[in-house]
Design a protein around this ligand. Structure first.
Ligand SMILES: *Cc1c(COP(=O)(O)O)cnc(C)c1O
Length: 395
């Protein structure tokens, strides 16, 4: 039995050398601002937008300051007005309700199901009870709901669908890229996501007006033609005067280190999945652990794993025992927000929290573990042995 695990759960891989070299080149030019280009020259940000849009199979991509920022302006660009209600699944990260609040929206939380996906029955009931015309689906921790059913439901009720793909960059549903289902989609390039520029985000869409508004919101100073993927100038005619500048551009330095990482994204997704399958295999040895079932249509990116221990009494004790042996688990059931995790009823600015019994019950016994690419399959065996061991000590 392994005594302890000694690698860090927050240690990412280094930035690839080719990306570092490109970043150094950009710094030597001094032209870090995305619009600082000579006539006919394309900036790194422009090129990144073209490359990401192409890789996703969508028409437009806007590179911006963060994933949360992308969600904020996606909501505005899709026509959200102050006081409008936005539905989102209750299991998500704090920047999601934060972005809705920032855009002036009210939040209507939707239950999740046993596999951490949005509960489609409750979604339909919420559409009817709230009259909301916006659904921000957060593919939290990479779990994709039945996207065909989600799209059908939204179309049926004339609901605008925005995807939060912070954990699904590189994932597919039924062979179609996550982020290509909604009216718009948002991605994060923050350090703990699938490509790393420290901070950063993308907004993608096939809708010309949405893209034009998003570009103006992002702070284009009327230089909207200097975008890798922009609709025709005509589309901006009124939009450029009717849309506020919310200053949140991406700079060329970040863009330069992301471009190279796009080339290795699918390879890295495979590496994450090898870790995920190894972790799954280790945890399956324990019959008091429940793992989410993953649909046959889902090509996920296993950059983290979630599991449930329904019979566990003392969560804090179990987590402390694992931590003592170097295994860092997170728990979304805590009453108080902690680090990156918070439960929906701690977002007090939303007003009185609804009671979502399924979400609360599921989160109450769910553990979450990062799988950084600095780990290997052997590490997964060590980690899951420790978890299984401590769980049997605690139960
Ligand atoms: C990280 C994250 C975001 C926001 O991304 P930032 O780039 O940190 O603003 C949004 N949704 C989810 C589910 C996330 O994990």
């Amino acid at each position: 039995m392994p005594i302890a695990f000694d690698k860090s759960f927050t240690q990412q891989e280094p930035i690839p050398e080719a990306a570092i070299a490109r970043a150094v080149e950009v710094m030597r030019t001094g032209k870090l601002h995305r619009y600082n280009t000579a006539p006919g020259e394309s900036s790194e940000a422009e090129l990144l937008e073209q490359e990401f849009a192409k890789s996703l199979g969508v028409e437009f991509c806007l590179a911006c300051a963060s994933g949360g920022y992308a969600i904020h302006i996606a909501l505005k660009a899709c026509g959200l007005k102050p006081g409008d209600t936005v539905m989102t699944n209750a299991f998500t990260l704090a920047p999601v309700p934060g972005a809705i609040d920032n855009a002036g929206g009210k939040v209507a939380l939707v239950e999740i199901d046993e596999n951490y996906c949005v509960d489609l029955k409750h979604l339909e009931a919420t559409i009817k009870s709230s009259g909301s015309k916006f659904f921000l689906i957060s593919h939290m921790r990479g779990h994709l709901a039945d996207m065909d059913a989600v799209v059908t439901l939204c179309k049926q009720h004339d609901v605008t669908l925005i995807e939060d793909c912070a954990h699904t960059m590189g994932a597919f549903w039924n062979g179609k890229a996550s982020g290509s289902f909604g009216d718009a989609a948002c991605f994060s390039t923050q350090t703990y996501k699938h490509i790393n520029s420290g901070e950063g985000g993308f907004l993608t869409t096939n809708n010309k007006e949405v893209m034009a508004r998003a570009i103006i919101h992002s702070g284009s100073y009327m230089l909207f033609e200097r975008h890798g993927t922009a609709p025709d100038k005509e589309v901006f005619k009124d939009i450029k005067l009717d849309t506020p500048n919310y200053s949140g551009r991406m700079d060329n330095l970040r863009a330069s280190i992301l471009r190279e990482q796009l080339n290795t994204l699918s390879e890295n997704c495979e590496r994450w999945n090898r870790l995920y399958r190894a972790a799954e295999k280790g945890l399956r040895k324990n019959n008091s652990i429940t793992l989410p079932e993953r649909a046959a249509q889902e090509t996920y990116v296993g950059s983290s794993i979630q599991f449930r221990a329904d019979k566990l009494q003392d969560v804090a004790d179990f987590m402390a025992r694992c931590a003592k042996r170097g295994v860092e688990l997170k728990w979304f059931g805590n009453n108080e927000p902690h680090g990156f995790t918070s439960r929906y009823d701690s977002w007090r600015y939303l007003g009185e929290a609804p009671t979502l019994p399924n979400t609360l019950r599921i989160l109450d016994r769910t553990f979450d573990m990062r799988l950084p690419l600095t780990f290997n399959e052997q590490d997964m065996e060590t980690i899951t042995d420790i978890i299984n061991d401590e769980l049997s000590n605690t139960l």
